[in-house]
Design a protein around this ligand. Structure first.
Ligand code: AP5
Length: 220
C-alpha cells in the first residue's frame, strides 16, 4: 500500500492548518507544520528558538538550513505517511526534501490576499497551537480553548505588517516553487474562500479520484 505523503500549501490564512488537522484524523497520519514546530522551539527558549524569534515575529522565513534540519528529523521518522503544512516553501527546501522525503500529492488552497488578511485578523490560538476564528470557528467558551482550557490570543506574526511580508514571500518564493512542482507531483487545487466544511469536502472529493488514495480514504 502506498503511504500518503501530502504537502498542503496556500497563502497565509488559506486554512492549511485547519484542513491538515481534519485530514490527519481521517487518514490517521501525523501532521507536521514547521511554523508550529518552530513556535514550540521559541516557547521552550531553545538556542534555535532564541535565534529565530525576531524573524518569525516579523513574518520572515527561517533559514533553509534550520528548517530543513527540523523537517528532515520528523519526516524520516513518520513511517505510516504524513501531511506537511507549509513545507516546502522555496527552492532551497523542495530540492533537499525530494531527496529525504519525496511527497506524492500536493494540495493547494487558493485564496485572495484580501480574504487572507481578513481571516488572519480574526484568528485566535492557544499556547498548544489549537486554532479558532472569532466568527467562522469560535470556541464554545469565549477566549478559552475547547481542548485544553488555555487562554486564546492573537499570534505575534498576525500583525498587518508581518502578514503583508508573509504574503509577499508567498508570491515571490513559494509560487515559483509550486510551478517547479508541476508535472513532478499530482496537484489538487481548491477554492478556499468557501466555509471550512465545504473546502474539506472538495479536497476529499478530488483526492478520491486518485485510486491509491481513494481506497485509503474509504477504509478509514
Ligand atoms: P505558519 O504557522 O505556517 O503560518 P502561515 O504560513 O503564515 O500560515 P498560517 O498559519 O497563517 O495560515 P493557515 O493557512 O495555516 O491558516 P489556518 O488554518 O490557521 O508559519 C509561521 C512562520 O513560521 C513563517 O512566517 C516563518 O517564519 C516560519 N516558517 C513556517 N514554515 C516555514 C518554512 N517552510 N520555511 C521557513 N520558515 C517557515 O486558518 C487561518 C484562520 O482562518 C483561522 O482562524 C481559521 O479558523 C480560519 N479559517 C480557516 N479556514 C477557513 C475557512 N474556509 N473559512 C473561514 N475561516 C477559515
Amino acid at each position: 500500500m502506498i503511504t500518503p505523503r501530502i504537502v498542503i500549501l496556500g497563502p497565509q490564512g488559506a486554512g492549511k492548518g485547519t484542513q491538515a488537522g481534519r485530514l490527519k484524523r481521517r487518514l490517521r497520519i501525523p501532521h507536521f507544520s514547521p511554523g508550529e514546530l518552530l513556535r514550540r522551539e521559541m516557547a521552550k527558549g531553545t538556542p534555535l528558538g532564541k535565534k529565530i524569534t525576531e524573524t518569525m515575529n516579523a513574518g520572515g522565513l527561517i533559514k533553509d538550513r534550520d528548517t530543513n534540519a527540523v523537517m528532515r528529523r520528523v519526516l524520516r521518522q513518520a513511517k505510516t505517511g504524513w501531511i506537511c503544512d507549509g513545507y516546502p516553501r522555496r527552492m532551497g527546501q523542495v530540492v533537499p526534501m525530494f531527496r529525504f522525503a519525496r511527497p506524492n500529492i500536493l494540495l493547494l488552497l487558493d485564496i485572495t490576499d484580501q480574504a487572507a488578511i481578513r481571516r488572519l485578523s480574526g484568528r485566535r490560538v492557544c499556547a498548544r497551537g489549537h486554532v479558532y476564528h472569532l466568527q467562522h470557528d469560535p470556541p464554545e467558551h469565549r477566549g478559552r480553548c475547547d481542548r485544553d482550557g488555555l487562554p486564546l490570543k492573537q499570534r505575534d506574526d498576525d500583525t498587518p505588517k508581518a502578514i503583508r511580508k508573509r504574503l509577499h514571500i508567498y508570491h515571490h518564493e513559494t509560487e515559483p516553487m509550486i510551478k517547479w512542482l508541476q508535472g513532478k507531483v499530482p496537484i489538487i487545487s481548491v477554492d478556499a474562500h468557501q466555509p471550512i466544511p465545504a473546502v474539506y469536502r472538495n479536497l476529499l472529493k478530488q483526492m478520491k479520484r486518485l485510486p491509491w488514495l481513494s481506497s485509503r480514504l474509504r477504509s478509514n
